[in-house]
Design a protein around this ligand. Structure first.
Ligand code: HEM
Length: 308
């Protein structure tokens, strides 16, 4: 019984009934309407529930078509789908941040960037579900995956393009795929990355971002520039912890770190489930993934730290 129960240990009998473990619970008092049970939710609906009409949970539940009867494959598929949803959500937040930066609304851009960072924390926590997977567990359904590999994830690639990692070879797997995915991916490939929009914003705030960075070829991978490093050094020197520009720098640093964290967790899941075998996508596996782990988003935000 909770400490706040107002009737002492025994209480009026009419107000109590035995619970599952012999405890008692409070019932509605007719004399005191304030003690009435809270209204119960509506339970009668036609065709579908308004919840399902909105969330489409019944459609979602049809999308887990495993290739084998291995129980572990179900988790592999569901967690892959969860991660894809998060990739899409984070890309949405970053595009929102870009839109606000273009409107010089730093406060709203920061809200979107912080939301994205929270989603990243949740996304990276999904890797915990993979810890159980030993090589025999993965081998039990690996063959059935055929050539399917996360390397072919267009939503992940979209995230990379937003971070400024661009390589035309990464568009190729999607070129002949039906639907709008290729067009969307190509548009993101040719558009400014989140970092491009940040640097343009800093230039409008009076920071000396070099013209060749502002006018750079947008479909090329972002390459570090000493002038941008100078700008970050200046910004950290000129701003306090609570300054919105400092917070912008830190929100971006968080995003870059969380993205690296995702890659690291992925690498460890791969190492744990299949060691150094080649990947289903045809790569060398671990060695190939280790190389991409070296690439750092927003490079000058990291190199500037040595000089600050
Ligand atoms: C234990 C589970 C996993 C294993 C063993 C694994 C294995 C691999 C391997 C070997 C590669 C290199 C490309 C290849 O040859 O296939 C790769 C790439 C990739 N995987 Fe996984 N993977 C796992 C889980 C996941 C999950 C859950 C996702 C989330 C959707 C994912 C997304 C990716 C992505 C996006 C790439 C490309 C990375 C890049 O381009 O840098 N993987 N994976």
């Amino acid at each position: 019984m909770g400490k706040g129960y107002p009737y002492g240990k025994s209480g009026p009998k009419s107000m109590r009934w035995p619970g599952r473990n012999g405890q008692t619970a409070l019932m509605t008092s007719r004399r005191n309407p304030s003690k009435r049970s809270p209204a119960a939710p509506k339970v009668e609906f036609e065709d579908t529930t308004p919840y399902d009409a909105y969330v489409r949970a019944s459609t979602l539940a049809t999308l887990q078509r495993t290739a084998t009867d291995e129980p572990g494959e179900y988790m592999f598929l569901v967690c892959s789908q969860i991660m894809e949803l998060y990739f899409n959500l984070i890309a949405f937040e970053w595009r929102t941040a870009q839109r606000f930066l273009r409107e010089d609304d730093l406060s709203e851009a920061l809200v979107a960037l912080r939301r994205a960072n929270d989603h990243f924390t949740a996304l990276n926590a999904s890797w915990i579900s993979f810890r159980w997977m030993t090589p025999p567990d993965f081998n039990a359904f690996r063959e059935a995956l055929g050539e399917a590999s996360g390397f072919q994830s267009f939503l992940y690639r979209h995230l990379e393009f937003l971070l400024g990692f661009k390589d035309p070879a990464l568009l190729r797997p999607h070129k002949n795929v039906a639907g709008d995915h290729y067009a969307e991916l190509l548009a993101a490939f040719e558009a400014p990355s989140l970092y491009d929009d940040v640097l343009r914003y800093l230039a409008r705030q009076g920071y000396a971002i070099p013209a060749e960075v502002l006018d750079r070829e947008l479909s090329a991978s972002y390459a570090a520039h000493a002038g941008v490093e100078d700008a970050w050094v200046e910004l950290y020197g000129a701003t306090g912890r609570t300054d919105p520009l400092r917070q912008l720098a830190e929100a971006l640093t968080d995003a870059a770190q969380q993205f690296s964290d995702w890659r690291y967790w992925h690498l460890m899941a791969v190492r744990r489930a299949m060691g150094a075998k080649g990947g289903t996508g045809g790569s060398a596996g671990l060695a190939w993934l280790e190389r991409s782990l070296q690439r750092q988003a927003f490079p000058e935000l990291w190199s500037a730290r040595t000089r600050i």
